[in-house]
Design a protein around this ligand. Structure first.
Ligand code: GLY
Ligand code: MN
Length: 448
């Protein structure tokens, strides 16, 4: 029990430390972070709730209808959490609410207030900031009522004036640098999400010949996530049989898996709020045809070459260029493109067949963190020098449209993507998802 409490306390003070770091960056200013909105699925029923990532990063709190206010002034409370009061009737139908009393202790917050006092209390709490710098960090677009409340501060015809905010800054830029570099607990959570996902891929691959449809395969995978201790899905599972794999984010259908075709599976478990994201492309029959093998090896080579580029100081752009170069050489070898690789790259001739970038950051969001500000400057993701603790994907692919007459007929309708999750380390990198093989002969061994 003592150990359990210790772990819980460490987790909670982690959120407090993050808030403290943000507070140190907003001297004399304020920041407002909202929980996500609930979305209606049908009449009085909601889609399952998914918390806003920055709000989660700073609080660990997973209820809707909450607002975190951080005040960088010197007087009064510095962190204020607005949340729903407890309600026996609501809790009978929907489930427990934390409520204001328990929240103060749990989150080590200076002040906890009921959310229905927000419109009255917010102007008073903001007053010291508004009378000095007038700078409020806030990202609109999450919840209409909060946008309107903040906006109402600007709506005087004589703005800017004392008592109203005069500058709104994107609050995402306050957390982006912190979120980019994962701490020990975050890495542990991502690693665990990857292990759960990889184990689930193994289980699905071994039973692929009994699977009734793409949708069935997706549900088997997701059920394994739960079986192996996952907390949910990181994003909607993609299972694409045959030519369906030429649609990048294909939604699984009731279509049976075509026996002689490939099956592209792109899925991830979530664990403690952190995501995994793995793609593998398997032969439904257990062995690749010779044409499938030719295309597969091009994508695999791109994966290997791009991965070898990873090191502290390198950028996602350099990793992408390595993938582009391997893919373009492969397209020439397959007879899809003609010309010199260098010219074809300059012309972006690979783009009809490899139309996405090779990498995205991975963390609380599967496509993690954007925009990113480093040392006070917004930098495009692909130009940021890698540092130990950064986590991202490498996922080259080739997609030959079934109707594209420029492609040799034997390759039309083939879609292949391979995706690993990578942790940058002091000496280079670690592949977090290599428990499930990518090399073609190793993949075929799964099925024997
Ligand atoms: N796993 C989906 C994607 O990265 O776009
Ligand atoms: Mn991905």
């Amino acid at each position: 029990m003592a150990r359990k409490n210790e772990v819980r306390n460490r987790a909670e003070s982690r959120f407090k430390a993050r808030r403290k770091k943000v507070l140190s960056r907003i001297k004399g200013e304020a920041a407002i972070f909202c929980s996500a909105a609930e979305t209606t699925r049908s009449r009085d029923l909601q889609y399952s709730f998914h918390q806003n990532s920055d709000f989660f990063y700073l609080t660990g709190f997973e209820e809707p209808d909450a607002v975190l206010l951080l005040l960088g002034g010197t007087k009064g409370p510095r962190s204020v959490l607005f949340l729903r009061e407890r309600s026996p009737e609501f809790e009978r139908w929907i489930g427990p609410r934390l409520g204001t009393k328990r929240a103060q202790k749990k989150f080590e917050i200076d002040e906890v207030l009921p959310i229905d006092t927000l419109s009255k209390r917010l102007p008073k709490l903001l007053a010291p900031v508004l009378q000095t710098t007038g700078v409020v960090h806030f990202t609109p677009g999450l919840r209409k009522e909060i946008d309107e409340l903040i906006w109402s501060g600007f709506s005087s015809p004589v703005n800017p004036r004392p008592g109203n905010p005069n500058t709104i800054k994107d609050a995402r830029l306050l957390t982006s640098e912190m979120r980019l570099k994962k701490d020990r607990d975050e890495i542990r959570a991502i690693r665990h999400a990857c292990d759960i996902t990889a184990e689930s891929f193994w289980k699905l691959a071994r039973s692929l010949n009994t699977v009734k449809s793409e949708r069935h395969a997706a549900r088997i995978l997701e059920s394994s996530f739960s079986e192996f201790g996952g907390h949910g899905i990181a994003f909607e599972t993609i299972v694409a049989s045959g030519k369906h794999a030429t649609t990048l984010h294909h939604h699984p259908t009731f279509q049976p898996l075509w026996k002689r075709e490939l099956v592209l599976i792109d899925a991830g478990a979530s664990y403690n709020g952190y995501c995994a994201d793995i793609t593998r492309t398997f032969p439904a029959s257990g062995t690749f045809s010779s044409n499938q093998a030719l295309v597969y090896d091009v994508v695999h080579n791109a994966l290997v070459r791009a991965t070898r580029k990873v090191a502290p100081g390198r950028t996602l752009d350099q990793i992408h260029q390595a993938a582009v170069s391997a893919i373009t050489s492969g397209l020439v070898a397959l007879g899809v493109l003609e010309g010199t690789v260098r010219e074809l790259i300059a012309l972006e001739a690979y783009k009809p067949f490899f139309m996405h970038r090779t990498s995205h950051w991975l963390g609380i969001d599967v496509h993690d963190i954007s925009p990113i500000s480093l040392n006070g400057k917004v930098i495009p993701s692909h130009k940021i020098p890698l540092e130990p603790g950064y986590v991202f994907t490498i996922e080259p692919g080739l997609y030959f449209d079934p109707k594209d007459k420029s492609v040799p007929v034997e390759f039309r309708g083939i879609g292949i993507r391979l995706e690993n999750d990578i942790l940058v380390t002091n000496s280079g990198y670690e592949i977090l998802t290599e428990q499930i093989p990518t090399e073609r002969s190793e993949v075929e061994k799964i099925f024997t």
